[in-house]
Design a protein around this ligand. Structure first.
Ligand SMILES: [Zn+2]
Length: 184
Protein backbone atom coordinates (compact mmCIF):
# COMPACT_ATOMS: atom_id res chain seq x y z
CA UNK A 1 0.00 0.00 0.00
CA UNK A 2 2.73 2.37 0.98
CA UNK A 3 4.66 1.70 -2.24
CA UNK A 4 1.51 2.28 -4.25
CA UNK A 5 0.82 5.66 -2.69
CA UNK A 6 4.40 6.79 -3.28
CA UNK A 7 4.09 5.71 -6.90
CA UNK A 8 0.89 7.61 -7.40
CA UNK A 9 2.37 10.67 -5.71
CA UNK A 10 5.31 10.43 -8.08
CA UNK A 11 2.89 10.44 -10.99
CA UNK A 12 1.07 13.48 -9.61
CA UNK A 13 4.34 15.38 -9.28
CA UNK A 14 5.33 14.39 -12.80
CA UNK A 15 1.98 15.57 -14.12
CA UNK A 16 2.16 18.87 -12.22
CA UNK A 17 5.72 19.46 -13.49
CA UNK A 18 4.66 18.86 -17.06
CA UNK A 19 1.74 21.26 -16.66
CA UNK A 20 3.95 23.97 -15.16
CA UNK A 21 6.40 23.60 -18.05
CA UNK A 22 3.56 24.06 -20.55
CA UNK A 23 2.60 27.29 -18.79
CA UNK A 24 -0.41 26.17 -16.71
CA UNK A 25 -1.64 28.55 -14.01
CA UNK A 26 -1.96 27.43 -10.39
CA UNK A 27 -5.73 26.94 -10.67
CA UNK A 28 -5.18 24.43 -13.48
CA UNK A 29 -2.67 22.53 -11.36
CA UNK A 30 -5.06 22.42 -8.42
CA UNK A 31 -7.90 21.14 -10.57
CA UNK A 32 -5.80 18.54 -12.37
CA UNK A 33 -3.75 16.97 -9.58
CA UNK A 34 -4.34 15.82 -6.01
CA UNK A 35 -1.34 17.72 -4.62
CA UNK A 36 -1.88 20.42 -2.01
CA UNK A 37 -1.76 24.09 -2.97
CA UNK A 38 1.39 24.58 -0.86
CA UNK A 39 3.24 21.81 -2.66
CA UNK A 40 2.10 23.05 -6.04
CA UNK A 41 3.32 26.58 -5.26
CA UNK A 42 6.68 25.12 -4.22
CA UNK A 43 6.89 22.98 -7.32
CA UNK A 44 5.94 25.92 -9.53
CA UNK A 45 8.72 28.05 -8.02
CA UNK A 46 11.21 25.23 -8.47
CA UNK A 47 10.34 24.66 -12.13
CA UNK A 48 9.87 28.28 -13.26
CA UNK A 49 12.09 30.10 -10.80
CA UNK A 50 9.29 32.55 -9.93
CA UNK A 51 6.10 32.48 -7.86
CA UNK A 52 2.88 31.60 -9.69
CA UNK A 53 0.84 34.66 -10.74
CA UNK A 54 -1.93 35.49 -8.28
CA UNK A 55 -5.59 36.17 -8.96
CA UNK A 56 -8.43 34.68 -10.90
CA UNK A 57 -8.20 33.29 -14.40
CA UNK A 58 -9.37 36.30 -16.46
CA UNK A 59 -10.65 34.33 -19.40
CA UNK A 60 -14.15 34.72 -20.76
CA UNK A 61 -15.61 32.61 -23.54
CA UNK A 62 -15.79 35.70 -25.77
CA UNK A 63 -12.02 35.67 -26.21
CA UNK A 64 -12.37 32.52 -28.30
CA UNK A 65 -14.62 34.33 -30.78
CA UNK A 66 -11.97 36.83 -31.95
CA UNK A 67 -10.74 35.99 -35.45
CA UNK A 68 -7.22 34.79 -34.70
CA UNK A 69 -8.04 33.18 -31.34
CA UNK A 70 -10.93 31.35 -33.03
CA UNK A 71 -8.66 29.89 -35.70
CA UNK A 72 -6.12 28.68 -33.16
CA UNK A 73 -8.76 27.42 -30.73
CA UNK A 74 -10.61 25.59 -33.49
CA UNK A 75 -7.38 23.93 -34.53
CA UNK A 76 -6.75 22.87 -30.92
CA UNK A 77 -10.27 21.48 -30.47
CA UNK A 78 -9.98 19.50 -33.69
CA UNK A 79 -6.75 17.92 -32.47
CA UNK A 80 -8.32 17.27 -29.06
CA UNK A 81 -11.46 15.64 -30.45
CA UNK A 82 -9.38 13.50 -32.77
CA UNK A 83 -7.14 12.24 -29.97
CA UNK A 84 -10.07 11.53 -27.64
CA UNK A 85 -11.84 9.63 -30.37
CA UNK A 86 -8.93 7.68 -31.87
CA UNK A 87 -5.98 7.69 -29.48
CA UNK A 88 -7.76 6.54 -26.33
CA UNK A 89 -6.60 9.50 -24.24
CA UNK A 90 -8.88 11.58 -22.06
CA UNK A 91 -9.06 14.29 -19.38
CA UNK A 92 -5.91 16.25 -18.62
CA UNK A 93 -3.75 13.81 -20.57
CA UNK A 94 -5.73 14.55 -23.73
CA UNK A 95 -5.37 18.30 -23.15
CA UNK A 96 -1.60 17.97 -22.66
CA UNK A 97 -1.11 15.82 -25.78
CA UNK A 98 -3.32 18.07 -27.91
CA UNK A 99 -1.52 21.16 -26.68
CA UNK A 100 1.87 19.64 -27.51
CA UNK A 101 0.62 18.91 -31.03
CA UNK A 102 -0.76 22.44 -31.29
CA UNK A 103 2.66 23.83 -30.28
CA UNK A 104 4.33 21.66 -32.92
CA UNK A 105 1.93 22.93 -35.57
CA UNK A 106 2.61 26.53 -34.57
CA UNK A 107 6.37 25.97 -34.61
CA UNK A 108 6.51 24.08 -37.91
CA UNK A 109 4.39 26.73 -39.65
CA UNK A 110 6.20 29.61 -37.92
CA UNK A 111 2.99 31.03 -36.52
CA UNK A 112 2.53 33.04 -33.37
CA UNK A 113 1.40 31.00 -30.36
CA UNK A 114 -1.99 32.57 -29.73
CA UNK A 115 -3.50 29.94 -27.43
CA UNK A 116 -1.86 29.56 -24.01
CA UNK A 117 -2.10 26.25 -22.16
CA UNK A 118 -4.41 27.71 -19.53
CA UNK A 119 -6.70 29.06 -22.24
CA UNK A 120 -6.72 25.67 -23.95
CA UNK A 121 -7.67 24.05 -20.65
CA UNK A 122 -10.39 26.65 -20.08
CA UNK A 123 -11.65 26.03 -23.60
CA UNK A 124 -12.22 22.33 -22.92
CA UNK A 125 -14.16 23.25 -19.78
CA UNK A 126 -16.35 25.62 -21.82
CA UNK A 127 -17.01 22.81 -24.28
CA UNK A 128 -17.78 20.30 -21.54
CA UNK A 129 -20.23 22.71 -19.94
CA UNK A 130 -21.73 23.32 -23.40
CA UNK A 131 -21.00 27.05 -23.43
CA UNK A 132 -18.93 26.57 -26.60
CA UNK A 133 -19.29 23.97 -29.36
CA UNK A 134 -17.81 23.12 -32.74
CA UNK A 135 -19.88 23.36 -35.86
CA UNK A 136 -19.05 22.61 -39.52
CA UNK A 137 -18.53 25.42 -42.00
CA UNK A 138 -20.91 25.04 -44.97
CA UNK A 139 -18.20 26.15 -47.42
CA UNK A 140 -15.09 24.22 -46.38
CA UNK A 141 -16.51 21.56 -44.04
CA UNK A 142 -13.89 22.44 -41.43
CA UNK A 143 -15.08 22.37 -37.83
CA UNK A 144 -14.98 25.68 -35.99
CA UNK A 145 -15.61 26.88 -32.50
CA UNK A 146 -18.82 28.85 -31.87
CA UNK A 147 -20.99 29.94 -28.95
CA UNK A 148 -23.42 27.08 -28.37
CA UNK A 149 -26.25 29.60 -28.48
CA UNK A 150 -25.11 30.81 -31.91
CA UNK A 151 -25.06 27.47 -33.70
CA UNK A 152 -26.56 27.89 -37.15
CA UNK A 153 -27.05 25.38 -39.91
CA UNK A 154 -25.34 27.77 -42.36
CA UNK A 155 -22.20 28.70 -40.45
CA UNK A 156 -19.41 30.21 -42.54
CA UNK A 157 -16.04 30.08 -40.85
CA UNK A 158 -13.49 32.87 -40.41
CA UNK A 159 -11.25 31.37 -43.11
CA UNK A 160 -13.95 31.31 -45.79
CA UNK A 161 -15.11 34.76 -44.80
CA UNK A 162 -12.05 36.64 -43.56
CA UNK A 163 -12.76 40.04 -42.00
CA UNK A 164 -10.72 42.82 -43.64
CA UNK A 165 -8.95 43.61 -40.37
CA UNK A 166 -7.36 40.16 -40.20
CA UNK A 167 -4.37 41.25 -42.31
CA UNK A 168 -3.78 39.96 -45.80
CA UNK A 169 -0.40 38.20 -45.87
CA UNK A 170 -0.74 36.58 -42.48
CA UNK A 171 -4.27 35.56 -43.27
CA UNK A 172 -3.35 33.71 -46.46
CA UNK A 173 -0.64 31.55 -44.98
CA UNK A 174 -2.72 30.80 -41.89
CA UNK A 175 -5.70 30.13 -44.12
CA UNK A 176 -4.21 27.28 -46.12
CA UNK A 177 -2.39 25.73 -43.17
CA UNK A 178 -5.27 25.87 -40.74
CA UNK A 179 -7.71 24.74 -43.39
CA UNK A 180 -5.85 21.48 -43.88
CA UNK A 181 -5.89 20.88 -40.15
CA UNK A 182 -9.49 21.74 -39.47
CA UNK A 183 -10.73 19.72 -42.42
CA UNK A 184 -8.69 16.69 -41.38
ZN1 LIG B 1 -14.92 27.51 -43.97
Amino acid sequence: MRVKSILSEGKQIQLATELVKLGARLQVLEASTSLSRERLVKLYKEVRGVSPPKGMLPYSEDWFMGWQPNMHSSLFVNIYNYLVQYAGVHDIEAIIKSYQLYLEHVQVNQLQRVLSFTRAWTLIRFIESNVLSVTPCVKCNGHFLVHSLDIQSNHICGLCHVPSRAGKTKQNSLKSKTKQQCAA
